[in-house]
Design a protein around this ligand. Structure first.
Ligand SMILES: Cc1cc2nc3c(=O)[nH]c(=O)nc-3n(C[C@H](O)[C@H](O)[C@H](O)COP(=O)(O)OP(=O)(O)OC[C@H]3O[C@@H](n4cnc5c(N)ncnc54)[C@H](O)[C@@H]3O)c2cc1C
Length: 426
């Protein structure tokens, strides 16, 4: 039986960030296990790269603001661009709420502007259709875009430089718990995690093998090359959309659901751009229909969350049907630049969705040495630094540091009054 003082299960941007933050604090013997550190199906490798502190819940504002400041300090390395978020509104009631929340956001130093309908096309000439529907827009200049893969790579590299171990192709398959006596009576703790080591795949079908395991939650015997029981003082569930599978192994019923989200890359004809439109300089634009888009290298990245999407570990990209049915009509409805545009390709990844659309971070009640940080819906990249830094502080000192993640404790779901309903999600 191998040992580790802290075992982080899941090496996405959250698990990698936490390994780094713990190692930075001098916590020795940190191990991260992941089935696939390449992250072919990890949300951390499949997201839109939008980062903003402009939320409606103070804890989400604070966590994202701290993370964006960290990104700004390494802007070149992370490809961080303070290009802004333009959020369009067509519903007077929502717009009134946005203006009210803007006071809280600007109290936190976000400098969010409120644009009247007439200013929108003036400041953003790309928005030249359906203007009569709009009642206003917020422009948050310090938000923007980042390269999430570069951020995750930094967390991992910096963690490894400080002694953390990352075990690739290690699938957490089981949990051994034990009762320990304490002053307050016997408590359950995780004694060890059972990990199946998975054979390196045949390049031709490795993708399928990883996908099979991540959708069926089981390693076929033919793929297993080893079984390890990793004893640990402390365990962190950082499994994103897969967190409920692990929680169930320790008898915790999770509220998180995996939900497919799709993204399309689109090409625009330069000759179709209205004269003042500089696509490459835009940040993120969010349409009232739920469509969002931003420049992505030579392309435009556009996403839309289908409201009826059923939960499930589904990675199928609907291809032209998604582009033609969901993306193109919304783009062309708002901007003539997209009247003629080309679908390049696209992909699907998972949001880890909670009932109130805020993440889960803290200790797991009832299990003495189990912690968790997961279910950040569409917000995991932009909260990653604050989550990592403050979870590391909690683990090392018993207290959060600069951002109080207390509101994100899982037990809030026992009492609807403590939910953290985040409405400004896409
Ligand atoms: C389409 C899309 C767009 C998004 N856009 C944005 C955005 O613009 N901005 C933003 O901030 N966020 C965005 N997000 C959300 C963001 O990507 C996630 O919140 C974040 O990546 C979650 O990171 P994670 O580390 O918790 O999970 P993941 O990155 O999913 O990592 C979980 C890891 O667990 C591993 N794993 C699973 N089961 C096991 C097991 N039993 N044993 C070992 N390993 C296992 C997987 O291999 C994976 O590597 C988007 C997500 C999607 C899908």
């Amino acid at each position: 039986m191998a040992g580790s003082s802290v075992l982080i299960v899941g090496g996405g941007i959250i698990g990698s960030g936490l390994a780094w933050a713990l190692a930075e604090r001098g916590v020795a013997d940190v191990t991260v296990v992941d089935l696939d550190l390449a992250g072919v199906y990890a949300s951390s490798e499949l997201n839109a790269g939008g980062v903003r502190a402009t939320w409606w819940q103070p804890v989400n504002v604070a966590a994202c603001r701290a993370t964006l400041r960290f990104f700004a300090g390494r802007a070149a390395e992370f490809g961080f661009r303070e290009a802004g978020y333009l959020w369009l509104y067509d519903d007077p009631a929502l717009w009134a709420t946005a203006l009210e929340k803007r006071r809280m956001q600007n109290g936190a130093g976000l400098d969010v502007e409120a644009l009247a309908p007439g200013e929108i096309a003036e400041r953003f000439p790309v928005i030249d259709r359906g203007l009569e529907e709009l009642v206003g827009a917020t422009l948050s200049p310090h938000d923007g875009l980042v390269n999430p893969n570069a951020v995750r790579a930094f967390y991992r590299r910096a963690a490894e430089e400080r002694g953390a171990r990352f075990l690739n192709r290690h699938y957490a398959a089981g949990v051994e718990t034990a009762l320990v006596a304490g002053a307050a009576g016997a408590r359950r703790r995780v004694a060890a995690v059972d990990v199946v080591e998975v054979a390196p795949g045949d390049p031709a079908d490795d993708d399928g093998a990883v996908r099979g395991i991540l959708t069926r939650h089981h390693v076929p015997p033919a793929r297993a090359v080893g079984q390890h029981r990793i004893a640990c003082d402390l365990v962190v569930n950082a499994l994103g959309a897969w967190s409920p599978i692990f929680s169930a192994k320790v008898g915790v019923r999770d509220v998180t659901e995996p939900v497919r989200r799709q993204i399309a890359l689109v090409d625009v004809h330069a000759s179709d751009l209205p004269p003042r439109v500089r696509l490459a300089q835009l940040g993120m634009i969010v349409d009232p229909s739920g469509l969002y888009f931003h420049p992505e290298g030579p392309h435009v990245l556009a996403g839309y969350s289908i409201p009826e999407e059923a939960p499930g570990f589904d990675f199928r990209y609907d291809g032209d049907a998604f582009f033609e049915g969901e993306i193109w009509p919304r783009l062309a409805h708002r901007a003539s630049a997209f009247e003629r545009c080309r679908h390049v390709r696209g992909w699907a990844g998972l949001y880890a969705v909670t009932p109130d659309r805020s993440g889960i971070a803290g200790r797991v009640a009832g299990i003495a040495n189990l912690y968790e940080a997961h279910s950040f819906t569409g917000r995991g990249v932009m909260q990653s630094y604050a989550i990592a830094h403050n979870m590391a502080a909690l683990i090392a000192t018993g207290r959060f540091d600069d951002v109080d993640l207390g509101p994100l404790a899982r037990d809030r779901f026992d009492d609807p009054a403590r939910w953290v309903p985040e409405a400004l999600h896409i």
